[in-house]
Write a protein that binds this ligand. Structure first.
Ligand SMILES: O=C(O)CCC(=O)C(=O)O
Ligand SMILES: [Fe+2]
Length: 206
């Protein structure tokens, strides 16, 4: 396994943000990653969400799908939706992410970046449990995209991690409280990528 790539972007050999981020390339082999990527792209009921920005409705520049236990509920910008039921592939990925993270996840958000025009702008993942230490396990398949992070209190403090095909990234501790992240657009022609973020969501009693 090539751990070097994680450190190349950071100051001489120091792990980036210890206690806040773990990164592990090659959690999934190239063959496995490519196969699952193709299946997810083809079989997922992708949708393009509309969000309000400065009072105007705009489409998010990527496709998404939300899966999870049937008693969970995910709210985005005030509107909540029921997750799709787990698939065999997603359960297989979840098992490996849970073993590495040491926690159980009940939901996963899939993001499909079709090319370099697709992106997610600066945000944190505290959308459903504000103020709590959130733990988010992220798996990347396909095209390497750059995961930028910046400190909320000082935007000049920032780092970039290239998220490789088959890699695993864990965001933990106070990361969501104090840092933002994004996947920026690229002017270079890029291939497709699917990212899966496993989360612990509130259970709802219906
Ligand atoms: O695509 C990624 O690596 C990040 C996705 C993300 O930040 C999110 O879904 O909240
Ligand atoms: Fe995020």
């Amino acid at each position: 396994m090539d751990q070097l790539s994680f450190f190349e972007n950071t100051e001489a050999g120091k792990p980036l943000l210890p206690g806040l981020i773990d990164y592990q390339p090659g959690m999934f082999s190239k063959a496995e990653s490519n196969l699952v990527l193709q299946k997810l792209v083809k079989e997922t009921p992708w949708s393009q969400r509309a969000v309000l920005m400065y009072g105007k409705e705009v489409l998010t520049p990527r496709l998404t799908a939300w899966y999870g236990d049937q008693d969970t509920d995910y709210s985005i910008s005030g509107s909540s939706s029921k997750p799709l039921p787990w698939t065999e592939d997603l359960l297989m990925i979840r098992k490996r992410v849970e073993a590495a993270a040491g926690v159980s996840f009940n939901t996963v958000l899939l993001n499909y970046y079709r090319d370099g025009n697709d992106s997610v702008s600066w945000h944190d993942d505290m959308d459903n449990i504000p103020g709590r230490n959130m733990i988010v396990g992220s798996v990347s398949l396909g095209q390497v995209r750059t995961f930028d992070i910046r400190k909320k209190s000082d935007h000049s403090i920032k780092y970039s991690i290239p998220l490789e095909n088959g890699s695993y990234l864990l965001m933990k501790g106070d990361f969501q409280l104090n840092w933002q992240h994004r996947i920026a657009k690229s002017t270079k022609p890029l291939n497709e990528r699917v990212n899966l973020t496993f989360r612990v969501s509130n259970s709802v009693k219906s």
